[in-house]
Design a protein around this ligand. Sequence first.
Ligand SMILES: NC(=O)c1ccc[n+]([C@@H]2O[C@H](COP(=O)([O-])OP(=O)(O)OC[C@H]3O[C@@H](n4cnc5c(N)ncnc54)[C@H](OP(=O)(O)O)[C@@H]3O)[C@@H](O)[C@H]2O)c1
Length: 357
Amino acid sequence: MLQISIYGGSGYAGGELLRILLGHPQVTIKEVTSRAYAGRFIHAAHPNLRQVSELKFIHPDELTECDVLFVALPNKVSMTLMPELKKKAQKIIDLGADFRLRDPAQFEDWYHTKHALPSMMSEFVYGIAELHRSAIQKASYIACGGCEATVSILSLYPLVKHGLIQNNIIIDAKMGSSQAGLSPTLSSHHPERSGVVRSYMPTGHRHTAEILQELSSHLLLDPSDKPQDDKPLDIAISATAIDMVRGILVTIHTTPREGLTEKDVWKAYRTEYGAEPFIRIVKERTGIYRYPEPKLLQGTNYCDIGFEMDTRSNRLVVIGAIDNLVKGTAGQAVQAMNIMCGFTETTGLEFIGLHPI
Ligand SMILES: NC(=O)c1ccc[n+]([C@@H]2O[C@H](COP(=O)([O-])OP(=O)(O)OC[C@H]3O[C@@H](n4cnc5c(N)ncnc54)[C@H](OP(=O)(O)O)[C@@H]3O)[C@@H](O)[C@H]2O)c1
């Protein structure tokens, strides 16, 4: 049995890690930290875990060594602690943003702060298994993708890799409230949040940086639309907060390569994802669930992807959905751990979702 610990276990991502890992047959959870809940049972923060485990939170200062350490801290915290955390475990999986980008200048540009440990950024492998499986296998340090970035990257990767679209991509993202974590703000206060369709980041979403980084390395756009060297991809995100707790839906507008057919698109998705356990292409002719729907993915590690060609406006519209707390973070982290530790990749992630829900 592998001994794992969670640094920052009282938050939403930490709670989801606990839910998944408590049911994982090849690991035991050694320690879980929280400053606010130190000494209390984990169900004090995560009531769904009542009577599932006798585990109690410890203060971060009490953390001892383990085999794999999951880090689920707010952005810009783990980069200050990483030298100490490296002494606790040989394998670290960070769910935050601090080690996702390889270029310190990009981090500074998007996060408006100098990286505290730029020399370590290149030691982390980006955690999306579908793109980096063999690197994850050999890695010691993983940086899981951001939730919005994960669903966008997975939706676009086959199209970019197979050169099916031109260099102008617009991502319209609808986000549930849990993606903001557990600290309340005025905008998350119930009277202000309930019922909203709030355009909160029409431009400038930070996840643009990791989407650019990941897709640029697989770039094979339509050759007639060669990108500039200094700006390899043209991607814009507009994010809207909607009245949903878990889930993200992205609707992505792209311009297809000249002469592109639906068959070409199917072929690219099947080639890249035909053997992927957690990617499903959802494109039905009839029914009410013809395209990806985050509601059906709650608690699952699936990423559902659909598409539609619009010949009138010359667009290929791609639709992607995930549960931000599972494939968007904790599930992605466990999938990476399974690969890194030589377990069957789907272990602990078999939940298939609920209907109706
Ligand atoms: N929520 C999502 O959908 C989502 C999706 C993708 C990625 N992520 C990433 O996952 C990470 C965690 O997100 P979250 O939503 O779980 O956040 P959260 O709900 O705010 O939880 C943060 C956790 O970190 C602990 N913590 C905060 N500051 C700390 C400090 N200075 N030292 C030690 N512990 C500290 C908190 O516990 P105490 O204050 O009690 O110590 C808590 O356990 C973030 O980096 C986020 O970007 C989240």
